[in-house]
Design a protein. Structure first.
Length: 324
């Protein structure tokens, strides 16, 4: 089994990017250990704080955020970080740092207290060449500018899914503390019979989304002429991992509960990194109207409607919205 570090070097990955990924994995290993302890180390449950998203922070949200922030800001390659759990970007002392890292430290954290899979999602950008002083503008780059993206899924096993722009590979955390290559050149099946959506929001969706879901549920009796299965884990990392592993469609579309927001999920540290992984594995990732990685951000915490997964299924969903 090949070690993460030697795999990246063997594939001529930029040595500074390799070093940054190693740093990220130091944090993720610590998070994995804290999660494994669970109730035993008193890290479950909530804090008295609410983050900028308006969500009650879990103890482990804060722990994961602090671990990632600490190790990244100590690395001279890192100019700054942006986190779901931080109101504003946090800059290091390294003004000549080459990279910016955005992350959701513990995605799906509503699942922690029920012992269901959660994950860390990360996206790596380079500081723009013409960058001046530290400002949020340094981060406001579209998803095509990402130099690397990935997640660590803390499930029955801890698995890193990583792309540096040359395909997707997965590495499993061994008891030795090493990430070992376990899935090389991951490719998403072009078609699928499985979709993931939170059905309780049905009445709030746009008509094309309701029609699309109605037709999936109609199965072989309906216009799609095949039966579908449904999943909803309420942990995007777990849903995307399933899709990378066996195909599928995941969507969290715009809904009328908060019509001013384009969607629930965040572009910079959920939509973009997951879209890079999905596209690098041969899938598609869309707002239902346009490619997510081409959305120009104007806010570090901006939200986006997401539909991603098996190419043919995302294309079918987009067609329902074109008819609109
Ligand atoms: P809902 C987790 O909070 C998250 O950001 C994603 O990981 C997940 O797919 C979604 O929200 C779940 O949202 O509305 O079903 O709880």
């Amino acid at each position: 089994m090949q070690l993460l570090n030697s795999f990246l070097k063997h594939h001529q990955t930029d040595p500074e990017l390799v070093e940054l990924i190693d740093t990220l994995m130091i944090a993720c290993k610590e998070i994995a250990l804290q999660l494994r302890e669970g109730e035993l180390s008193g890290v479950l449950g909530v804090t008295d704080n609410t983050n900028i998203q308006g969500e009650t922070q879990k103890k482990l949200d804060v722990i994961a955020n602090e671990v990632l922030k600490k190790v990244l800001l100590l690395n001279p390659l890192v100019r700054g970080i942006a986190s779901e759990e931080e109101d504003d970007p946090v800059f290091s002392d390294h003004m000549d740092g080459r990279f910016l890292v955005t992350f959701d430290p513990l995605d799906g954290s509503s699942n922690i207290d029920i012992n269901v899979s959660v994950g860390t999602i990360f996206s790596i950008l380079e500081v723009p060449r013409d960058a001046g002083e530290n400002s949020v503008e340094l981060f406001l780059q579209n998803g095509c500018n990402q130099v690397a993206a990935g997640y660590v899924l803390y499930g029955p096993s801890a698995v890193l899914a990583l792309t540096t722009g040359d395909g997707v590979n997965m590495f499993t955390l061994a008891h030795t503390g090493d990430f070992l290559l376990t899935h090389e050149d991951v490719t998403i099946p072009v078609s699928t019979g499985e979709f993931a959506i939170n059905m309780s929001n049905y009445r709030f969706w746009e008509a094309p989304m309701r029609q699309y879901i109605d037709d999936l549920i109609a199965g072989s009796d309906g216009p799609r002429e095949k039966n579908y299965n449904m999943r909803w884990i309420a942990s995007m990392v777990a849903e995307v991992h399933r899709i990378l592993t066996r195909g599928g469609l995941f969507t969290y579309p715009w809904d009328a509960r908060e019509p001013a927001k384009p969607g629930k999920l965040r572009l910079m540290y959920e939509g973009n990194p997951m879209s890079m992984l999905i596209e690098q594995a041969g899938g598609l990732s869309s707002t239902c109207y346009s490619r997510i990685m081409e959305v120009e951000p104007d806010n570090i915490h901006q939200r986006v409607s997401i539909a991603l997964g098996s190419r043919e299924e995302v294309e079918a969903l987009i067609k329902y919205h074109e008819k609109k």
